[in-house]
Design a binder for this molecule. Structure first.
Ligand code: PAF
Length: 282
């Protein structure tokens, strides 16, 4: 597996792969890879015959007070893991290569409405940053298939909308969340947690499971169920951000007669903001 940093090298490598008739798969990441990312690479290997991973800590998707500077950068370890999992090419560009006109001068892509809700409300501009970089990567790599984690549920929904709205010729695959044995969803940001916070962190998923069980057993007072879940998280040591019960189809507030639901949550624990979700069919 070769690592390249420039757009010209990328184009060269990709035209060779394309001319050889290979189906190109893309796994976009910000690096600091864990088992969750490696499942995405596995899915790409199963669905394509030339797999490109990208590692780029995208400044446009971080707010001014967020963790851009201290986001973990572990290129050598990431390269070794990608190689071991059958990735063919790693694209790890600099910021100047990706945003030659700077962060402010960059043309952007934004999916309206949904980008401002939930994580988009807590992190203004975040999804605009995500759709801008993903659009750019799609233009550069022109993948036949691109793989994303379903842990970032809203992100995948927003990217699906972008692909649909702009008629992008790419198939999207969403891969289920990889969890530690205690239920904690794997995330690069778990590295911000102290040992005692790591012991508390699985409460987020446990609380969502309890909420899902209550819905399955017929409770339909959503505001009361959400408030109970929020209090439980606060008692465990989290600070609240949001919990929502949504329809899966459009990620808007579910009514009691909706059947295909997703519960999404975000909560602060120490220096980390954790997100998680559960899909359920009633
Ligand atoms: O999910 C991520 O790691 C990032 O948001 C992505 C999709 C690589 C865009 O920077």
């Amino acid at each position: 597996m070769q690592t390249i940093t420039t757009i010209s090298e990328l184009r060269e490598q990709l035209s060779a792969a394309r001319n050889a008739g290979r189906r190109i798969g893309l796994v976009p990441t910000m690096g600091n890879l864990h088992q969750g990312h490696l499942r995405l690479v596995e899915a790409a290997v199963e669905n394509a015959d030339f797999v490109v991973a990208s590692i780029f800590v995208n400044p446009l998707q971080f707010g001014p007070q967020e963790d851009l500077e201290r986001y973990p950068r572990t290129l050598a370890e990431d390269q070794a893991q990608l190689r071991a999992f059958g990735c063919n090419l790693l694209f790890a560009p600099s910021e100047a290569e990706i945003y030659p006109h700077g962060r402010v001068g960059q043309t952007f892509v934004e999916v309206p409405g949904i980008s401002d809700l939930y994580c988009g409300s807590s992190r203004p501009g975040h999804f605009r940053g995500v759709t801008t970089i993903v659009n750019k990567l799609f233009n550069l790599i022109q993948p036949d298939v691109a793989v994303f984690g379903r842990k970032d549920y809203q992100q995948l929904h927003v990217i699906r909308r972008m692909v649909e709205d702009l008629s992008m010729p790419v198939e999207l695959i969403g891969v289920g969340t990889e969890r530690a044995s205690n239920g904690l969803a794997l995330s690069s940001r778990n590295g911000y947690l102290s040992e005692s916070e790591l012991a508390v962190a699985p409460t987020l998923y446990a609380t969502l499971n309890q909420l899902a069980d209550a819905l399955r057993s017929g409770s339909s007072d959503y505001p009361a169920l959400i408030e109970q879940a929020q209090s439980q998280l606060e008692e465990a040591g989290f600070m609240r951000d949001y919990i929502h019960i949504l329809r899966r189809s459009d990620m808007l507030a579910a009514n009691p007669d909706d059947r295909q639901l997703v519960i999404i949550a975000a909560a602060y624990l120490g220096a980390a903001r954790l997100i998680d979700n559960i899909e359920l069919d009633l």
